[in-house]
Write a protein that binds this ligand. Structure first.
Ligand code: SAM
Length: 246
């Protein structure tokens, strides 16, 4: 039986109890009218448990945690996602979460529209909520880390230790994402290694940014001859990478 899954906001050290608070608690208490004794799947500190509701209040729903259940791990993927129109960006955050990425860093790219760059810091909490909801909905046991928006130089420093770093570049014509990943797989590192993928904004990466990636030894890769919207490119790239990681 597929039970609804919740990612707990708090838990005790022994992981015998956990709770939802704030908007999650209000939703479970008022909209879903949870009752003590109901059984759900609850993730506490990254561990999946069968759990029974022990008390219900509008601002807190508590659970007694029972046996731990087997759970999957996130894809070892770090997405550097240039900030683009917020509705499209949020769609990308939601879908990337469903597909299992571990980490998303929003990047203030040169061609990110100015008003979006200025508003980005205030949107991060919303992006984190979207990721949280998408993680629950897709039955993940973790929520991807959504970093604070960073300028490209800082994002490159933050990913300098990631073993495989791939820049999705619409101007690259030969070197495909698939070939780059297969070469990495041939080195037998792909299944264990983290992979960073960078996706540009609506106007693409500026020439000096492409150079920065090159200087930081990122491989430039293509998804084919068509120019994809940034969010399409992100989801296609995650899908291809996920398929090769299986
Ligand atoms: N500069 C382009 C233009 O206006 O013609 C469009 C950039 S595209 C909308 C946004 C981002 O999606 C790119 O920076 C790149 O990261 C990714 N992208 C789109 N199509 C791609 C392709 N065929 N191969 C690799 N990346 C692609």
């Amino acid at each position: 039986m597929t039970r609804r899954r919740w990612i707990a906001d708090t838990w005790n050290d022994q992981r015998t109890t956990a709770a939802l608070t704030g908007a999650q608690a209000a939703h479970l208490a008022r909209v879903l009218r949870a009752q003590p004794g109901q059984v759900f799947d609850v993730v506490a500190n990254g561990f999946l448990h069968r759990a029974e509701v022990s008390s219900v209040h509008d601002n807190e729903v508590t659970f007694t945690l029972h046996e731990e259940r087997q759970s999957e791990t996130a894809l070892p993927l770090h997405l550097l996602l240039a900030i683009f129109k917020f509705d499209h960006f949020e769609w990308a955050v939601e879908k990337a979460t469903e597909l299992g990425v571990a980490h998303i860093t929003p990047v203030l790219a040169r061609r990110t529209e100015k008003h979006l760059s200025q508003a980005a810091a205030k949107r991060v909490e919303r992006w984190r909520r979207i990721a949280h909801e998408a993680a629950q909905q897709s039955r993940r046991t973790d929520v991807p880390l959504i970093a604070d928006p960073l300028p490209l130089a800082a994002a490159l420093t933050a990913t300098a230790d990631t073993p495989t770093r791939l820049l999705l570049a619409e101007v690259e014509q030969q070197h495909t994402l698939r070939a780059a990943l297969e070469t990495t797989a041939a080195d037998e590192t792909l299944n264990n290694a983290s992979i960073a993928l960078a996706i540009g904004p609506e106007g693409g990466w500026a020439p000096d940014e492409l150079q920065r990636f090159t200087d930081a030894t990122w491989q430039h890769v293509t998804l084919g001859p068509r120019i994809l919207r940034a969010e399409t490119a992100a989801i296609a790239a995650i899908g291809i990478t996920a398929a090769l990681l299986q």
